[in-house]
Design a binder for this molecule. Structure first.
Ligand SMILES: NC(=O)c1ccc[n+]([C@@H]2O[C@H](COP(=O)([O-])OP(=O)(O)OC[C@H]3O[C@@H](n4cnc5c(N)ncnc54)[C@H](OP(=O)(O)O)[C@@H]3O)[C@@H](O)[C@H]2O)c1
Length: 269
């Protein structure tokens, strides 16, 4: 697929990843939540039928992990059934679908996860995202589901931004040191998408390189982080201890510490 020559549609265009996807695909048609609610099957079929894209990139999702516990019906509609409607429309139009899923489809009982490992989500967000994966695979063949983790990008609420704010407000910031993953910069991810469209349909894991705990991540950019355990920081949604995605299908991305430097530059910090 020669990306420059094809018609691309980005759904969820005003989200954190959506913003950088729009920069990476400047000619793409963009739809925000205000313009298209993906839980409305008729509208999804109507919009995609009218736009006639060759490639659809869906970054719309209900991403509030705690909120998903409280609003499970909404989580399943947006993260589960919505992607299924998009897949149905793509299949009808002969479009390729790129969709984003998450490390939280895994339970974290293993140290690392390959694309072929069996998901077993332990929270509502993870279950709803897994349903999205299943609905897409049910409705079409030509999809790329890209599982990603610990996103940070300049145009959305994220861990780096939250920690920088807390670091200014508090003498010390407690950060959990017993959950491990791979931080990933939205700009790096957005620039890998066209490569993925050239590859076989299926599930991909794509993250920046380098494994760390949330505490280690925070310590890379604030100097008053203090390690704590997950038990000291109780939350409604359970989090996997190890949600390390191993990418076996595409070339590696750079280390998250290098990406973080660019993020901080982009934010002028
Ligand atoms: N952030 C992470 O750490 C992370 C980790 C792993 C995977 N992911 C996945 O990566 C993708 C992008 O995440 P992100 O961090 O960029 O999320 P985000 O900033 O929360 O953006 C999601 C976008 O989806 C829109 N949206 C919500 N409900 C919708 C609906 N019913 N119809 C249409 N649009 C809707 C939101 O609009 P409103 O804000 O107006 O509701 C928002 O613009 C998602 O699939 C997410 O599950 C994220």
């Amino acid at each position: 697929m020669v990306v420059g020559a094809i018609k691309t549609l980005i759904i969820g265009a005003s989200g954190m990843l959506g913003f950088d996807l729009c920069k990476a695909f400047p000619d793409a048609v963009r739809l925000t939540h205000r313009e298209l609610d993906i839980t409305n099957r008729d509208k999804v079929l109507e919009f995609i039928g009218r736009i006639k894209p060759d490639l659809v990139i869906n970054s719309a999702a209900y991403t509030d992990v705690e909120g998903c516990e409280d609003n499970q019906e909404l989580a399943f509609q947006v993260n589960g059934y919505g992607p299924g409607y998009i897949a149905e429309a793509c299949n009808k139009m002969g479009a390729v679908l790129v969709h984003f899923s998450t490390d939280y489809v895994f339970d974290g009982s293993m140290n690392e996860y390959l694309e072929s490992d069996t998901p077993n989500p332990i929270n509502a967000y993870g279950r709803s995202k897994l349903l999205g994966e299943q609905k897409i695979a049910e409705k079409m063949d030509d999809y790329r589901i890209i599982r990603i983790s610990w996103l940070f990008g300049a145009h959305g609420k994220n861990f780096v931004e939250t920690m920088l704010k807390l670091s200014c407000e508090m003498a010390e910031v407690k950060v959990v040191n017993d959950q491990f993953g791979k931080p990933t910069y939205t700009v790096d991810l957005a620039h890998k998408i066209s490569e993925i469209t050239e590859l076989e349909p299926g599930i991909y894991h794509m993250t920046n390189e380098g494994i760390c705990s949330w505490y280690e991540f925070a310590s890379a950019f604030i100097n008053n982080a203090v390690p704590c355990t997950s038990e000291e920081f109780p939350r409604k949604a359970k989090r996997p201890k190890y949600s390390v995605l191993i990418n076996t299908k595409t070339g590696p991305m750079r280390h998250w510490k290098e990406a973080l430097k660019d993020y901080l530059k982009e934010k002028k910090i």
